[in-house]
Design a binder for this molecule. Structure first.
Ligand code: COA
Ligand code: ZN
Length: 302
């Protein structure tokens, strides 16, 4: 049967940031992180959120952000590499190292924004404006955490409120936005509805999605996003991940499961599935000590 080509999907690997931040078994060395990024690049993954510039007290596993940045920017100038920042200081640190793309995290939930970055909505918006003003050539994606629901406030159905929230960011120059299901509470109908509303309100803003798999809906939610015209799909190798400040959240959608599904369906991810599984096995063996994706148990990935 010939493969039907359905278009390109940008698989965005967030494991080195979202995955590693919550690995508790042992400190992950810079060398281990770089070895994993090598394997991801070798598998054809070109979009990688590789660290975050946050307080090392909040996220000790990513305290080596500067070293990782220097190494990856030198080795992989052609890749789409970016890091999470929570404030002007993080953006400044990233910029000074030569990074020109970050995602700025703000949570739609007031209580999660406070728990995660200790800021009010007003303070977060102010900091976003400061970053835009200080670094006009920095590509800043707005990562809207808890866009679908919050560990403290529950699930959201008020799509108008999300759109109203984003209006201030659009007014301040937002060009890209990632809708993040921080706690894995979204369902496909909600995904379609929120994307439709956000697209209608901000037609020029490029959208991405980021799903956690707490309720096993990561794949169907990604599919719903693709059917809604969003082709920037975030996932984490081995299904690692989870915000340490969102109680009960589980790992991300696993990259290898995601790639397998889209490749099988005839989408062009550009990712070599067998090599990706090898990267996942390496990670499980050398770094995380566990594995929550499915493909690793398949000896013959063909
Ligand atoms: N990078 C490194 N260190 C930073 C920093 C940054 N971007 N921003 C602040 N700090 C340091 C300060 O220097 C200070 O250090 P000190 O205690 O040694 O003096 C400490 O962090 C606290 O700074 P303050 O400005 O008072 O921040 P805070 O205590 O209100 O915390 C954040 C705010 C954003 C720094 C912190 O909550 C954080 O890093 N959160 C990360 C959340 C995260 O990554 N979540 C998962 C991803 S969604
Ligand atoms: Zn996440």
């Amino acid at each position: 049967m010939s493969t039907v080509h359905k278009g390109k999907i940008d698989i965005v690997e967030v494991g080195p940031r979202d995955g590693f931040q919550s690995v508790k078994c042992a400190p992950i060395t810079t060398e281990q992180k770089l070895a994993l990024i090598d394997r991801l690049a070798d598998a054809g993954v070109t979009h990688i959120e590789y660290t975050s510039f946050v307080s090392p007290k909040a996220i000790p596993q990513l305290a080596d952000a500067a070293d990782v940045t220097k190494a990856v920017l030198e080795k992989y100038p052609e890749l789409d590499l970016f890091a999470l920042v929570p404030n002007l200081r993080g953006a400044q640190n990233a910029y000074n190292l030569g990074l020109r793309k970050v995602c700025y995290v703000v949570s739609f939930s007031k209580s999660h924004n406070k728990a995660n970055i200790n800021r009010t909505h007003e303070q977060s918006l102010e900091a976003y404006k400061e970053i835009r003003a200080a670094f006009p050539d920095l590509d800043v994606t707005v990562d809207l955490a808890t866009a679908f629901g919050c560990p403290f406030e529950g699930k959201y159905r008020d799509y108008d409120a999300v759109v109203a929230f984003l209006k201030d960011y659009a007014g301040a120059g937002m060009t890209t936005c990632c809708l993040c299901d921080t706690i894995g509470i979204a369902d496909p109908a909600q995904v379609k509805e929120l994307i439709a509303r956000v697209k209608a309100a901000f037609p020029k803003v490029e959208l991405g999605v980021h799903f956690h798999d707490t309720r096993g809906c990561g794949m169907v939610n990604s599919m719903a996003a693709v059917e809604s015209g969003v082709t920037h799909i975030q996932a984490a190798l081995g299904g690692l991940g989870g915000c340490p400040f969102a109680p009960g959240a589980s790992g991300n959608l696993s990259t290898e499961d995601t790639v397998w599904m889209f490749n099988e369906m005839g989408y062009d991810t550009g990712v070599d599935f067998a090599k990706l599984v090898e990267a996942a096995k390496f990670q499980a063996r050398e770094i995380s000590g566990n594995y929550s994706g499915h493909q690793i148990n398949i000896e013959n990935p063909c």
